[in-house]
Design a protein around this ligand. Sequence first.
Ligand code: TXA
Ligand code: MG
Length: 313
Amino acid sequence: MKTVRIKGNQEGVRAARDILVDGGIVGIPTETVYGLAANANDDNAIRRIFEAKGRPLSNPLIVHVEDWKMAMAYVSGDVSSGERLALAFWPGPLSIVLPKSSRVSDLVTASGSTVALRAPNHQLTLDLIRSCGFPLVAPSANRSGSISPTTAEQILQDLDGRIDAVLDGGSCVVGIESTVIDLTKSPPIILRPGAISASEISNCLGQEVMISEILESREPARSPGMSRKHYSPKTPLYCVTDLEQIGNRDVLISFGPHPNAIVLPDTPTEAAVVFYTTLREVDNMGFDAIYVLMPPDTTEWQAIRDRLIRAQG
Ligand code: TXA
Ligand code: MG
C-alpha cells in the first residue's frame, strides 16, 4: 500500500474525508500527538487500525468528536459532569470516559461498557470531523508500544505503507497525549495525566478527583493502555534522580541546564512540546543507554514523569 502525504489545507481535508468515508485509515494532526483515524461507525476500518499499529484488541480507542453535541449520541445515563467538562475544556487535551450508548461498537471499547471521548483542538481535524459528519476513532499514530508521533514525518517512520494517508498539520503544539478522566468512578479518577491538570478538573466539577496510582501499584492496569511498558524507545532508558556516572556510550537528558546532557526546557509545558521528538532522535543515535535526570515530583511535571517512568518499563 502506498501511503499518501496530504497537504494540510481545505483541499487536503476533502481528500482525507473521501478516504475515511471509503473505509480508509488516515494519520491526523491534533494538538497533543498525531492520531491514526478511522470512521468510528465502521468496524472494518477500525480493525485496520489495530492491524496497522499491531495493537491488541483489548486496548480501547478514543472517539474524536467535533463537540459535545456530536458526543451525546455516543454516551448514555447521567452525563452531566461530562457535559460540564466538555463545555469547559473542549476542544482541548481532555478525554472523558462515560457510559457508552448502543451506537458505540464493541471494537472501540474493547467490549467494555464505557467510552472515551474528546474534541481535539486542531482546526484541520475539526474541519475534517465536521465534513465527515461522523466521529473518528484515533489512537496515537505509532506502532503499539513505541513513541507517539508529533509530526507527519514521524508517522511515516513508523507506518509508511501500512496506512492510506497522512494529513500534514505541522508540529503538535502540546506534544504529549491528552489527560484521560474516568467519570464512571466515584470520585472521578485520572487514568492518564496530561496537559489538563487534576486541579483544573476538580475546580470545574466542584468535586475531588483521584489520580490513578498505577505507577506505584502492582495491581493489573485499569485501562489496558495504562500498563507500565509503553511509550518506549528501543534503547534502554533509565530514570535517575542524581547525576550518576554515565559511560561514553550512554547519553544523559536533563530538564534545565546541565553541562553533560541534552538539555530540555525546565518548564513542563515547553518540555512537553519537544519531549517525544527528542526521545526519538536520541533513540536513533545508537547509544547503549539513555539516562534521564527526572524533573521534580510536583503535579505540574506529573504527565512527563508518567511517560518517563513508563518508558523505563
Ligand atoms: O491525545 C490523545 O489522547 C491522542 C490523540 C490522537 O487524541 N490519542 C491517544 O490514543 O493517545 P491512545 O489510543 O494512544 O491512548 C488512549 C488511552 C489508552 O490508554 C486507552 O487504554 C485509554 O485511553 N482508553 C480508551 N478508551 C478507554 C475507556 N473506555 N476506558 C478507559 N481507558 C480508555
Ligand atoms: Mg498511544
